[in-house]
Design a protein around this ligand. Structure first.
Ligand code: G4P
Length: 527
């Protein structure tokens, strides 16, 4: 197969959801279809139910041994499918946002009883920002849930995207009979006793009433015919271009747990979802079919076992063919690195590979040289865009507990923030170090890892802030005035950029009003 063919058959995506909507269950069912696993229950849910740091560390340890859970690849109908795993806990949302920088599309799972939840909203915003094509899977139809029209309405209003239903549910909860596939006129029936779909779909031409009644009864037939008429009048027709541009979102209904609607989702997804897309760099657009290899690090996985200090950097291949033992240019350091044991993640197994293509993820060993966002090329100086840090929401001063371990602490903080566990700021007024995170659990993770990996101990002091945001202005007078007035609330990020520490939404609002020429940014990527 040549490079173009390899690119065309790749589908690299993530499944995201608010915790408990069914992401793990759906992932598992897709892996079962792909033959990547053979029994249900093989995919460990990586969510932390009790929200304790020990649970998290335990999960991380397990994952450290089997990093393959970070990327799950399998072959299906001659497609090469790469599912990128995202953390189940919302305190690690930032890790999820970064993973989204490495995917070409997403499937968003929504619980039919709960509708659009907070985390769905945040994740969907990130997808919209990047114009990532999104598909919705409305899950748990085997339980009583919200009316399907209401659900679509909520998606459209809260997530600001036009829905295109691809299937339509027949009944719900105890009366859930199946789904009607709108573009093929196929009826997929669900057997509540067997808890799965009946083998073959039934084709119903022109929504024939008599034929439908035979399968779903008269009452549901009348309801279905009415609803489908409404759907066809109200919602736009599916257009692949509009979907690929992120303007419309196809919607499927089903039940992941009962394996219903999952195969239909997978097969349609493979047909319509994008193969590896162009990538933006600060210098130029990179096309996947370019001959020369380019890629970037989107995730660093620490191996928490104290005996193995090495970390694994995950590189997303953006163009060309990545080859084992070939030296590649690490743009930030200006050095060449070659990798003798790059691994790929197929069928739940981690194996050394000789080649990888655009859309693939390879894991390479890292002894502390790489960080998130780093670019690799065959010599060209490039910096990929779209791997921003997000404005953190929780802040604490971090203090050294043991003066004799000062260096270790500094190194630990430096490396952990390179990994993207949290962000580091330095207060301009007093020089104190501030850790900013999106979730409370990260503070404990940092403390735990500093102690276990760097033999350094720290303590925290609470810093009640609303948000830290980056800012710049073309008006130097106003900028100077702002910096003077807000001297007590300024910090620098790790790269020396100015950050405003707003202590309340009101302060931020006032700053925007009083200094209209200053632009405030909530992600680090604003140049
Ligand atoms: P997440 O990764 O999005 O957090 O969700 P996960 O798949 O872990 O699913 C959350 C809960 O919802 C699980 O139950 C799971 O069995 C259930 N679930 C998933 N899909 C469906 C569905 O289609 N119908 C119904 N009725 N339930 C579904 P749990 O009790 O929290 O966990 P478990 O003990 O079953 O693992």
């Amino acid at each position: 197969m040549n490079l173009m063919e390899e690119i065309a058959r790749r589908r690299t995506f993530a499944i995201v959801s608010h915790p408990d909507a069914g992401k793990t269950t759906l992932t598992e069912k897709l892996l079962l279809f792909g033959g990547a696993i053979h029994v249900a229950g093989a995919v460990k849910s990586n969510k932390i139910k009790k929200t304790t740091v020990s649970d998290f560390m335990e999960i991380e340890k397990q994952r450290g041994i089997s990093v393959s859970t970070s990327v799950m690849g399998f072959e299906y109908n001659n497609y090469k499918v790469n599912i990128l795993d995202t953390p189940g806990h919302q305190d690690f949302a930032e890790d999820t946002y970064r993973t989204l920088s490495a995917v070409d599309s997403v499937i968003i799972v929504i619980d039919a009883a709960k509708g659009v939840e907070t985390q769905t909203e945040k994740l969907s915003n990130v997808c919209r920002m990047r114009k990532t094509p999104s598909i919705f899977f409305i899950n748990k139809l085997d339980r009583e849930g919200l009316d399907p029209f209401l659900l679509l309405d909520e998606i459209e209003k809260k997530l600001n995207i036009s829905c295109v239903p691809m299937t339509w549910p027949i009944g719900m909860g105890k009366n859930f009979k199946g789904v009607f596939q709108l573009h093929t006129n196929k009826l997929y029936l669900f057997d509540a006793e067997e808890k799965q779909r009946l083998q073959e779909p039934i084709i119903i031409e022109n929504l024939d009433k008599n034929q439908l009644s035979k399968y779903i009864g008269e009452q549901l037939t009348i309801k279905l015919i009415d609803e489908i008429e409404l759907v066809r009048n109200v919602y736009p027709q599916f257009s692949r271009t509009e979907y690929l541009n992120g303007n419309i979102a196809p919607v499927f209904f089903g039940s992941a747990l009962n394996n219903f609607g999952v195969k239909e989702l997978l097969e349609t997804f493979l047909q319509i979802a994008p193969s590896p897309r162009n990538s933006e760099t600060n210098e130029r657009i990179i096309l996947p079919q370019e001959e020369k290899f380019t890629g970037f690090v989107f995730k660093i996985h620490a191996n928490l076992h104290p005996q193995f200090r090495a970390r694994i950097a995950f590189i997303k291949i953006c163009s060309g063919i990545f080859k084992r033992n070939v030296p590649y240019f690490h743009v930030r350091s200006g050095k060449y690195f070659k990798f003798s044991n790059p691994t790929s993640f197929m069928a739940a197994k981690q194996s050394v590979i000789d080649e990888a293509y655009p859309g693939d993820i390879v894991g390479v060993h890292d002894t502390g040289n790489f960080k998130i966002g780093d670019t690799f090329t065959e010599g060209e100086v490039l910096q990929f865009k779209g791997i921003p840090s997000f404005s953190p929401e929780l802040f604490r001063y971090i203090e050294n507990n043991d003066p004799s371990r000062y260096k270790q602490l500094a190194k630990g903080i430096e490396q952990l923030t390179d990994e993207g566990v949290a962000q580091l700021f330095t207060h301009k007024l007093n020089g104190r170090k501030i850790i900013g995170t999106v979730g409370a659990l990260q503070f404990e993770v940092i403390q735990f890892r500093l102690e276990h990996e760097y033999a350094a101990t720290c303590r925290y002091e609470n810093l009640p802030l609303y948000k830290a945001c980056w800012f710049k202005s073309k008006n130097p007078v106003q900028l100077n005035e702002f910096k003077k007035r807000k001297a007590n609330f300024l910090a620098e990020d790790k790269y020396g950029r100015d950050v405003f520490l707003a202590d309340s939404a009101f302060t931020l609002q006032m700053a925007k009003e009083n200094f209209p020429d200053i632009e405030f940014y909530f992600t680090s990527e604003f140049n």
